[in-house]
Design a protein around this ligand. Structure first.
Ligand SMILES: [Ca+2]
Length: 490
């Protein structure tokens, strides 16, 4: 069985119509759900790019694979599932955003973006060789994936291809052919857009708010020709450099779309909530245009499999490195153990497998053992995830996990989200923010899926809190996390 693993960067489940059809239709991504499994309770172990990728490759939590935050360098000498598949006779390839600093190991072919990568005319490193490619990044990554499957692999061997999009990562720059999509759409503000963060210290401290931290020039492309609009100097400089990176044809189409928006923005002189809500609409427009391109390119790759008889023997996975805020709590970005960023979309098509929804608690440490088991490779005992293969085959699973563990480390850093760890059951989330703050938060997800009402310490919550803390400590011991609940906190 071949494995095609497609992972986008910061793709929220809110913007996949198989999960939520309020904002956009994604028929090609939905195809995977319609012909396979949609995991409705899918989560990450650490809601950030590099750490999430490291968890996925190793099947281990961040403390165990060493890549706890984006300042780290991935130790490529450690065990990963691509290496184990390669040893078992698979052809392995990694194409697109890598973001683990060290060079990829365990791949017969790799062709990766440098760092975060650029949307337009991006630079890649192909098996160690630097190359600039003209065009739009999502199209290029799909082109490379198809080209590898078509021409570069050994067709006598099964393959495992990791296709990692840069899109829709900040700053959500659409393909020029998609710029005018959704021009007439106005999106409803999330109910929590004006959250005041009462009862939640870490939420109050963050710097990822659309109102305060979303940059006019960098994020919202208001780089005017007259040079009158100014924003954060560093971000503005990158925003203007992104514009210069385009070729003449791309710039002409870009200007045709953005110049009238910039002109109207200058004339309007928006302030306060009007400005906040204008920013939200601009953000949604660009983000959703980027998703349209992601979906189209997923369709191209599935079409390739279909026309080459590979749908009968290829597992197709679509996921994201974590969830993302579409204005909920007034935010963009991720990092928190709150639902929107802790969750991640996960769709899998297994030929001959189950069709439908799986509501078991699953996490990105489960992918590695799934692929190994599918390939008939023994799953090493030090892998912390659990194979999803029985769930994909529709088998009855008696003893599935009752709770997930989460640990986020990147602080102090961009967006100022405090360090925290926590536990998530089907019903509750309990999280402990530590380091410069010391606060517990408890949510009843069934009653409060938006994580607005911190129940920790309230009368009547003692019993469930004690039970969850005990379960949390058990998970920390099970996964051997050196940072764990102290006796005083229990
Ligand atoms: Ca990401």
């Amino acid at each position: 069985m071949n494995i095609l693993y497609i992972m986008s960067d910061d793709h929220s489940y809110q913007t996949i119509s198989a999960y939520d059809d309020r904002f956009i239709q994604t028929p090609n991504i939905d195809w995977i759900a319609q012909h396979g499994v949609k995991f409705s309770e899918s989560f990450v172990a650490n809601s950030l790019s590099g750490p999430s990728r490291a968890c996925m490759l190793t099947g281990k939590h961040s403390h165990a694979n060493g890549f706890t935050d984006n300042s780290r360098t991935f130790d490529g000498s450690q065990q990963t599932f691509p290496k184990l598949l390669q040893q078992a006779g698979y052809q392995t390839a990694m194409i697109g955003k890598w973001h683990l600093i060290s060079q990829p190991t365990g791949f017969d072919y790799w062709d990766i973006l440098i760092g975060q990568g650029d949307y337009y005319n991006p630079n890649f490193v192909c098996n160690g060789q630097r190359v600039r490619r003209e065009g739009y990044v999502t199209n290029i990554i799909a082109d490379l994936a198809i080209d590898w499957m078509d021409h570069k692999r050994d067709k006598n061997k099964p393959f495992c291809l990791l296709m990692h999009n840069k899109a829709p990562h900040r700053v959500w720059s659409p393909d020029t052919c998609d710029l005018d999509l959704f021009n007439d759409q106005t999106y409803p503000l999330p109910a929590t857009f004006y959250d005041d963060y009462s009862g939640r210290q870490a939420a109050a401290k963050q710097q990822m708010s659309i109102s305060k931290d979303m940059d006019l020039v960098y994020d919202l492309k208001m780089a005017d020709k007259e040079n009158q609009i100014h924003s954060d100097p560093d971000l503005e400089a990158i925003g203007r450099a992104n514009y210069k990176r385009m070729n003449a044809e791309q710039r002409a189409r870009w200007d045709k779309h953005y110049e009238p928006i910039i002109r109207r923005f200058k004339e309007a002189g928006l302030t306060g909530r009007q400005l906040d809500e204008w920013k939200y609409q601009r953000y949604m427009h660009d983000y959703l245009r980027v998703i349209r391109s992601v979906d189209r390119n997923v369709g191209r790759v599935i079409d390739y499999l279909r026309t080459h008889g590979l749908l009968e023997n290829t597992l197709i996975v679509y996921t994201s490195d974590q969830g993302f805020y579409m204005g909920e709590h007034g935010w963009f970005d991720k990092r928190f153990m709150y639902e929107e960023s802790f969750r991640t979309p996960l769709l899998m098509y297994l030929p001959g497998g189950k069709h439908g929804v799986v509501d078991k608690l699953v996490q990105n440490i489960d992918y590695a053992p799934t692929f190994l088991q599918l390939a008939g490779v023994p799953v090493p005992a030090d892998i912390q995830g659990t194979s999803l293969l029985p769930l994909l085959r529709g088998q009855r699973v008696k003893h599935w996990r009752k709770a997930l563990y989460y640990h986020y480390y990147e602080y102090p850093a961009e967006h100022s989200v405090c360090r925290h760890y926590g536990i998530r059951t089907q019903r509750y989330s309990l999280m402990h923010f530590y380091n410069d703050v010391n606060q517990w938060e408890l949510y009843d997800i069934r009653k409060d899926p938006e994580n607005m009402h911190n129940l920790y310490g309230l009368p009547g919550m003692e019993k469930i809190t004690a039970k969850l803390k005990k379960q949390l400590l058990n998970l920390q011991l099970q996964y051997d996390d050196p940072i764990r609940l102290t006796p005083a906190a229990q």
